[in-house]
Design a protein around this ligand. Structure first.
Ligand code: GTP
Ligand code: MG
Length: 291
């Protein structure tokens, strides 16, 4: 039987409960952040979700680099149409909760991907029941807000920090589909340093797990290489090749009471501007060329 809504604690519990949940759901909706479609994936996702029909949603498209999102969509769509690779997602789309684009399509795809199952249940003479779709993904990728956006109501608790949803929660979104909101999972042990730093930049892992200054320095270095014009505009008059967190603190006149450069304030300002799009749109993962 599907579990009732309830409280869980910690990422290990969340992940264990997700594995149990997967036994009885009909569809997986995996939410990835369009600013990091690779880094925000579960490293063992194919193995874990591969045996279920799966829709991948790239969220926060309004904050992401449209060219790179297009490349990722093309790559993932091609993969999903390769018949022998059954473990790959069956459908992929990108969206922003700021627009209505793809709002109806999600339900159409969910119905389409569960068509076989619904027909099989009918054939067995079982009473029709709504299809169960579980919404999974890392913390703060936008799972709960996606559900609210689909139904047009604030039913699932959502907020801009990782770890908001504590236990599974059912939401009926269509007469034939119910969605299960789940707490974000974080496969901390499997994360490479590069991925961990990208997730921290995008606020997808709890702030207690990283040092904001370290993450900002890494982020600044990464953006200097991948989006130099963003940094040139954000730090006008600064020499790009040597631009540092100290330069940024100087530029903004961030000083401590003792008159030293306040790099902690520079780091938190930089991260907050990066996360809410004030620096510009960006996607930190590069799509590999199609096979
Ligand atoms: N700009 C923008 N922000 C978004 C979008 N989707 C979600 N967000 C924001 O992302 C933040 C996280 O949303 P949640 O829905 O709480 O994330 P979650 O995945 O449920 O997080 P946990 O419950 O912690 O696992 C919220 O501040 C949302 O407003 C989007 O398409 N565009
Ligand atoms: Mg949530």
């Amino acid at each position: 039987m599907p579990p009732k809504s309830g409280k869980g604690s910690g990422h290990a519990t969340a992940f264990k409960s997700l594995q149990d949940t997967l036994k009885w759901v009909d569809l997986v909706i995996e939410v990835l952040d369009a600013r990091a479609p690779l880094s925000s994936r579960h490293p063992n996702g194919q193995e874990i979700f591969g045996h279920k029909p799966r829709l991948v949603v790239l969220s926060k498209e309004d904050l992401a680099d449209s060219n790179k999102v297009r490349e990722w969509l093309a790559l993932m769509t091609t993969q999903s149409q390769t018949p022998q690779k059954t473990e790959l997602p069956n459908s992929v789309l990108s969206l922003s909760l700021k627009t209505q684009k793809n709002r109806g399509r999600i339900l159409d795809i969910a119905l389409q991907l569960t068509e076989e199952k619904r027909a099989a249940l009918k054939k067995k003479g079982l009473l029709p029941r709504p299809m169960r779709a579980v919404v999974v993904g890392m913390p703060n990728v936008g799972k709960s807000s996606l559900i609210n956006w689909i139904i047009g109501k604030n039913k699932a608790k959502a907020a801009n920090k990782p770890g908001v949803t504590r236990g599974p929660q059912w939401v009926r979104v269509h007469p034939e589909i119910e969605l299960l909101d789940t707490p974000g999972f974080l496969p901390a042990a499997n994360l490479t340093e590069d991925v961990r730093l990208k997730l921290a930049m995008l606020n997808l892992i709890p702030e207690t797990t990283y040092n904001a200054e370290e993450v900002s320095r890494h982020g600044l270095g990464l953006l200097k290489k991948t989006y130099p014009t963003i940094i040139e505009q954000y730090m006008p008059g600064t020499e790009l090749s040597s631009a540092s967190l100290e330069d940024f603190a100087t530029l903004r006149h961030f000083l401590t009471h003792g008159g030293k450069l306040d790099t902690a304030r520079a780091a938190s300002t930089f991260l907050s501007d990066l996360r809410n799009g004030r620096l510009g749109r960006m996607t930190l993962d590069k799509a590999p060329p199609p096979l």
